[in-house]
Design a protein around this ligand. Structure first.
Ligand code: ASN
Ligand code: ZN
Length: 324
């Protein structure tokens, strides 16, 4: 959304001035020169340089091509730091390697994606009309989490495992927003939210987008992976914040359970910690929602104990989305 001042780590450029290479985390942010996502290679595009080390102009549809770049560069750093400081994870593959981050991918490409083969983040400029959200914190956290998932559980991108893959990206994408706690991008349970509505997805009642599932059913795996993810996202919300109505950072949420129960939340940091352990220790490429329940209960037991309030909340939240 290109709002607010951000601080970035840069490197002196060979020819003088500075370039958007993060000396701490290793990522380099480049202009894709409008090459399409399918044609991009890590070596494509052009590095940004600045003689002043002050980047961009904060305008939404900026003529300055470094405006999107500085947000992408900063938000990649937030994502890296979230994983490092929360889980001790050293980059997407846990090997310290920094990604290549592209801005201005394609023409009016209203999307973003992670590519394992390129080890690249790719972000478009939006559709040219609505607020571009491709370099926002939760979107970049979401996409880079696809890299983390493929390096760990490697959840297959179809059926229920595909929904779990997408939900994992929504969960950690949102958690990066909570971690960064930027005043111009207030932490929330909305995904791909802009400075003004609409949001793309939400956690408290995923079906409010008209497509996503609130509750597990035997056919949920037939939905698009961005909608079968609703079951996992709803579980995450209920385990974190509990059921019912609540105002958080000025947004009203109302999360109904699917079984008439009342769930008490344990806070999103604990739930994210449980989910990370479930993803990296217990889930596999074919894990289903039922398997995710088992994986997260194993993780909760490891972290907090079998008789803990945390274990009970995880179990209650899964039952509340009809995963038993
Ligand atoms: N933005 C989409 C996503 O991460 C693109 C994709 O790879 N499916 O879900
Ligand atoms: Zn995704």
């Amino acid at each position: 959304e290109y709002t607010g001042d951000v601080t970035v780590d840069t490197t002196p450029a060979a020819g003088g001035g500075y370039t958007l290479k993060d000396p701490v985390r290793g990522h380099v942010t480049k202009d894709a020169d409008n090459i399409s996502a399918s044609s991009l290679k890590a070596s494509s595009g052009t590095e940004f340089t600045s003689s002043t080390n002050v980047w961009g102009d904060g305008q939404k549809f900026s003529a300055d091509r470094s405006t999107a770049a500085v947000d992408a560069h900063a938000n990649t750093a937030w994502t890296y730091d979230y994983y490092k400081n929360t889980f001790g994870r050293n980059g997407i593959k846990n090997d310290g390697r920094g990604a290549t981050v592209f801005v201005h991918v394609g023409t009016n490409w209203d999307n973003a994606q992670w590519s394992d083969s390129c080890f690249c983040m790719m972000t478009g400029d939006g559709n040219g009309t609505t607020d571009p959200e491709q370099v926002d914190l939760d979107t970049m956290g979401h996409e880079m989490t696809h890299g983390v998932t493929s390096a760990t559980a490697n959840l297959r991108y179809s059926g229920e495992s595909g929904g779990l893959n997408e939900s994992t990206s929504d969960i950690f994408g949102t958690m990066v927003e909570w971690y960064a706690n930027n005043t111009f991008d207030t932490p929330d349970y909305l995904f791909s939210d802009q400075s003004t509505p609409p949001w793309l997805r939400r956690f408290d009642k995923p079906s409010l987008d008209g497509k996503s599932a609130d509750c597990w059913s035997s056919t949920v795996g037939k939905l698009n992976v961005h909608n079968s993810s609703g079951v996992g996202n709803h579980w995450f919300y209920l385990a974190s914040e509990g059921s019912g109505s609540k105002i958080i950072n000025g947004v009203t949420y109302d999360s109904p359970t699917c079984n008439g129960s009342t769930v008490t939340g344990i806070g999103n940091q604990k739930v994210a910690k449980i989910w990370y352990r479930a993803l990296t220790v217990y889930m596999t490429s074919t894990t289903t929602y039922k398997g995710a329940r088992t994986a997260s209960l194993n993780a909760a037991s490891d972290l907090y104990g079998l008789n803990s309030a945390e274990y009970k909340a995880v179990a209650a939240a899964w039952s509340a989305v009809k995963v038993n």
